[in-house]
Design a protein around this ligand. Structure first.
Ligand SMILES: [Zn+2]
Length: 201
């Protein structure tokens, strides 16, 4: 981390080889959606300036067939959500899509849950490294599921990972799940910061 002593605060300078990764900014995960994350839409005003400033912007999209294994009627834990080609699976209207360079869809195999956008099927780590990316800055929903698993997947893929704690929101099925997930990400090597600690050249 680079310390900006002139201003008396520590900042992380964003370089040309950094990428912003927005996890699942979709209607079904926002208030009013099929699997709403409390306060999920509060991240969008924070994301807009970041989307305009990062050299590379990636978004993931939960993209399930109607009979996905994670749905309750198939024995899974969740109500049906983010079904392919439905309104619920679309990006939220408050998301600025103008600078999305890469969109990764996940969970499209009916038989497999896929919380991480960095697992072996997505090939996202390799794709980013091929573009010279060495660090990613993760935002989105849900802290305790897809953000958590994506962060671990990216670390395993050899990327430096920062989590912007003011721009993630969790489900908290059990109270404290999001806090525990963040502590676990930090222990695994992710750096927890807020968007106000970023500096753009
Ligand atoms: Zn899902």
């Amino acid at each position: 981390m680079i310390c900006d002593t002139a201003r008396g605060r520590s900042v992380v300078r964003i370089n040309q080889d950094d990428a912003l990764v927005i996890v699942d900014p979709q209607n079904d995960f926002m208030p009013g959606g099929a699997l709403a994350v409390p306060g999920g839409d509060e991240i969008f005003p924070i994301l807009s300036p970041l989307i305009r400033s990062f050299p590379l912007v990636v978004a993931s999209q939960d993209w399930h067939p109607a009979n996905h294994i994670s749905f309750k009627e198939q024995g899974g834990p969740w109500p049906p959500h983010c079904v392919q080609r439905t309104k619920g699976a679309e990006f939220h209207p408050d998301l600025d899509q103008s600078r999305l360079s890469i969109i990764v869809r996940k969970g499209f195999d009916a038989r497999h849950e896929q919380y991480s956008c960095f697992d072996e099927t997505s090939k996202l780590s390799g794709m980013l490294k091929g573009r010279g990316v060495s660090r990613i800055f993760v935002v989105g929903v849900a802290t305790d599921y897809c953000v958590r698993y994506s962060v671990h997947g990216a670390l395993e893929g050899g990327l430096g990972v920062f989590v912007l704690t003011d721009a993630v929101r969790g489900v908290d099925v059990k109270p404290g799940d999001s806090e525990r997930a963040l502590a676990e990400m930090k222990a695994a090597g992710a750096v927890l910061i807020t968007s106000s600690e970023l500096a753009f050249l």
